[in-house]
Design a protein around this ligand. Structure first.
Ligand code: CMP
Length: 138
């Protein structure tokens, strides 16, 4: 069944010129881009987006990194979009990611790991709503 998920192409990917390759990789895996744009997260946006991690020791560094340069935010669709994107991204730490995954190909560390993907359909809806009005997704 068709499902939506949300992704961020992170600052390390944009900085290294990997945006197009990552988008092509996702399209090659059958994802349709419903909405997308380049943006530079404010500190308030990054703190809000990652609020679930605010007690973690890496939170402040994560917010600093995610605001360090522009990112691409996208709403994606395909069947089983959430689990499929997580498989296509690979493990959080690129060192542990399977060969051929986005994080293995383009990530450099557990923090600078190329891409974010929603971990559940519920969070995908919240994350999409964080960046896109419903009128962008029609
Ligand atoms: P993401 O999928 O965007 O969700 C939370 C992010 O926090 C994660 O990708 C990593 O970039 C980062 N992260 C998770 N665990 C760690 C860690 N142990 N140390 C540093 N950063 C982390």
């Amino acid at each position: 069944m068709s499902e939506r998920t949300f992704t961020i192409i992170k600052p390390d990917s944009v900085e290294k010129g990997n945006t197009g390759k990552i988008i092509a990789h996702l399209e090659g895996e059958g994802f349709t881009i419903l909405a997308g744009r380049m943006t530079h997260l404010s500190r308030t946006q990054a703190q809000g987006f990652y609020a679930v991690h605010k007690e973690r020791p890496f939170y402040n560094d994560l917010v600093a990194y995610m605001t360090s340069g522009p990112v691409w935010v996208m709403a994606l669709e395909r069947d089983q979009a959430v689990p499929t994107l997580r498989k296509v991204m690979g493990a959080t730490n690129p060192a542990d990611a399977d060969e051929g995954t986005v994080r293995k190909l383009y990530g450099e560390s557990i923090e600078r790991n190329a891409i974010h993907g929603s971990d559940s359909p519920e969070n995908a809806a919240i994350e999409i709503g964080f960046f896109f009005p419903a009128s962008d997704l029609a």
